[in-house]
Design a protein around this ligand. Structure first.
Ligand code: DP6
Length: 338
């Protein structure tokens, strides 16, 4: 019997991945940071036998057969890296540190944890020591694109760009050694405007980019923003960071609205919160910005030292716009040796 434990964090993209090509390759490079508290955990056991591979999947300790086709598909797509698990019994037990109804997307962290777990159990059965982060990220990408940025820690870039040597459409790379210390301790307070699952899956959203009237414009914009963001992160420039962050958030939603069919994924409270954030920032001159995923919730991003002034503002003016006043106070996770 072999047994491994792995975990992977959720991540939030500043330059967004929106649109695919080939097999789960991104239309443009994206850049995100991983979070500290929003984590998927996985424990995998493998019992050896010559019988055909059988998988047991448990979520929070409960059997969940409805997830099996996704896992079987994941193993099939990654079979060249999983040559030691073609037979026997595989028992997978997974859980998240954040509730399903928190509005945090779990596909990035759960697919990244699955990739790390399956890679490790395969190594453990074969008694192999090597851990290749690029292979693990590539495996995760085949489960969910954004998961390729969750198998590593901190600032991770996924997608080929002239701005960074070694960047690839196949896997994410950590770029922490290039990041100014101003961006080492960012806070990410998630305003949970709506708790439920997304009304449109991102997979469908990506497909709508294939024939989108603004596809070329989006590509140009994303390439410009990756360049601007990398430069801002190197220089420690929060003003430029803010410009990119908000342009990307708004464009993502504008692209969804102008798809055919179009979707509005913001809620009225999302817009009200954004207005309050802008007003607060203008009158207090606080470095504070926000981004959005493909849904109504807002990630409020600011340097740790601003918490004293930002937290009372959140409590008084933003929490009342959230479902059950729900705000999740998370922050960036950075590798230990920086
Ligand atoms: C808006 O990674 O969830 O969060 O590859 O189809 O699984 P699939 O899509 P997914 O898309 C994430 C889109 C996004 C932006 C981002 O995280 O870059």
């Amino acid at each position: 019997m072999n047994k491994v434990y792995q975990e992977a964090p959720s991540n939030i993209a500043i330059v967004k991945y929106w649109g695919k090509k080939g097999i789960q390759e991104p239309m443009n490079a994206s850049l995100s940071f991983t979070m500290s508290k929003s984590i998927s955990k996985i424990e995998i056991q493998h019992a050896h036998s010559e019988e055909e591979l059988k998988i047991d999947f448990l979520f929070d300790g409960q059997k969940k057969d409805s997830f099996l086709p996704k896992i079987q598909d994941f193993i099939k797509r990654n079979e060249k890296h999983l040559s030691n698990i073609t037979s026997g019994i595989l028992k997978i037990n997974s859980s998240n540190t954040f509730p399903h109804s928190s509005g945090i997307a779990s596909s990035a962290s759960s697919m990244a944890a699955l990739a790390k777990g399956l890679y490790s159990i395969n190594q453990s059965i074969g008694n192999e020591q090597e851990y290749n982060p690029q292979v693990v990220s590539e495996m995760a990408r085949l489960g969910s694109g954004s998961a390729s940025r969750s198998t590593q820690t901190g600032w991770v870039l996924w997608g080929k760009t002239d701005e960074l040597q070694g960047s690839s459409d196949h896997y994410g790379i950590e770029i922490n050694n290039q990041i100014h210390e101003n961006f080492h301790s960012l806070q990410d307070s998630i305003l949970v405007i709506r708790k439920g699952a997304k009304s449109v899956s991102s997979t469908v959203g990506h497909q709508l980019m294939d024939n989108h009237p603004f596809k070329e414009g989006r590509l140009k914009q994303a390439n410009k923003n990756i360049k601007k963001l990398i430069s801002a992160l190197k220089q420690g420039d929060f003003k430029i960071f803010t410009e990119v962050c908000e342009e990307e958030a708004m464009s993502l939603h504008a692209l969804m609205m102008s798809s055919s069919p179009g979707y509005t994924l913001m809620a009225p409270e999302t817009l009200r919160a954004i207005k309050r954030i802008n007003k607060f920032r203008d009158s207090n001159h606080v470095p504070l910005t926000y981004t959005l995923d493909a849904g109504p919730n807002i990630h409020l991003i600011y340097p740790k030292e601003q918490s004293k002034i930002v937290h009372p503002f959140i409590k008084e003016h933003l929490a009342p716009l959230c479902e059950d006043e729900s705000v999740i106070y998370d922050e960036i996770s950075m590798p230990l040796q920086q």
